[in-house]
Design a protein around this ligand. Sequence first.
Ligand code: PLP
Length: 408
Amino acid sequence: LELLDRVDPRLADIVRAEEERQRTRLQLLAGESFTSPAVLAVLGSVLTDKYAEGYPGARYHAGCEIVDLAEQLAVERATALFGAEHANVQPYSGSSANLAAYAALLVPGDTVLAMGLPEGGHLTHGSRANFSGRWFDFVGYGVHPRTGLVDMDRVRELALAHRPKAIVCGAISYPRHIDYAAFREIADEVGAYLVVDAAHTLGLVAGGAAPDPVPYADVVTGTTHKLLRGPRGGLILCGAQLARRIDRAVFPFSQGGPHMNVVAAKAVAFAEAATPAFARYARQVVANARTLASGLAEQGLALRTGGTDTHLMVAGVTGLGLDGQQARARCAGAGIVVDKCAVPGDPRPPSAGSAIRLGTASVTCQGMGEAEAALIADLIGRALRGVRGVAAEVADLTARFPPRPGQA
Ligand code: PLP
């Protein structure tokens, strides 16, 4: 930051303020974690200068022989890590990965079956405000009203009734494992492609802490940030027979030149995700999530599906006389960063929601374990009830577990 201090002190102050925000608050957003210093270093490297439209060995630009090596490494490592035949590491984001996956498999007007947005589907799963809902005919499936689990009987009924060209599974706020084999069976029955949007779980899959979608899906999309701890970006995995269609759907169909610093940082993240330390991290993320969820239940919050199998949970707050927006504000006042969230069939508008959504990746990156997860549940419970003094305890906890030791 010394250089930035001299060149652009206002921006240096902004970066410093964000560093401090990350260090001094409890970061509990379900889709965030802390990237490693190696990933950050590659992101800030000279690779950002290079134009490289195309793919290794077949670029439109000159001088790509060195960045080709970085992309080849990223592809090799992604395919090895996830056991996939082909990987495209160029998508700018998870949304871009989904756009390319749909472009490879569908034409505008095709019918697609995906989890409904109120149940936890992502904007790219058919929101009218998004390209997906504008260009394709999305039909939404949901969860069983009693168990809160994906209603596979209903998925099958809808698939038989609507004959979709693709079925999408994966969500932003569903806390349980998804039965990929059951989705595959239904997709085969109606002749649909199965697209797994594993943005939230790719990191757990890499660490062996969540079921692997690759053997079941025609295409797996995901993000390299979130639990994977890589740079902000997207990833597509598929079999060899779809490789060319996927590649052409990314470039030239939906993207221009790849961000080679990000592609290289993905390579670093894939290498880190293949280590035993990452597998320990992934298991700890889930153990921490289970402890946090049961602690929140003890505090009177209503856990969607009663708990979690993954890194995330959705905790209803109306029993405490709050909506999701108010709960988020109370947590923020105590230095605890959580998202508000709707629950299936939520009577409140999405701007308020009846719940908060939390994840344990960031605190696990910081080295926190189940003892701290139990303490966090207690801190949240007290913050939501408006008990004073929680912020000081949060400050004490975050000071003991810096996100990037030595860098603060
Ligand atoms: N798909 C799912 C399931 C997600 O949770 C997200 C991000 O929250 C995305 C896609 C989109 O990722 P991005 O924000 O990188 O576009």
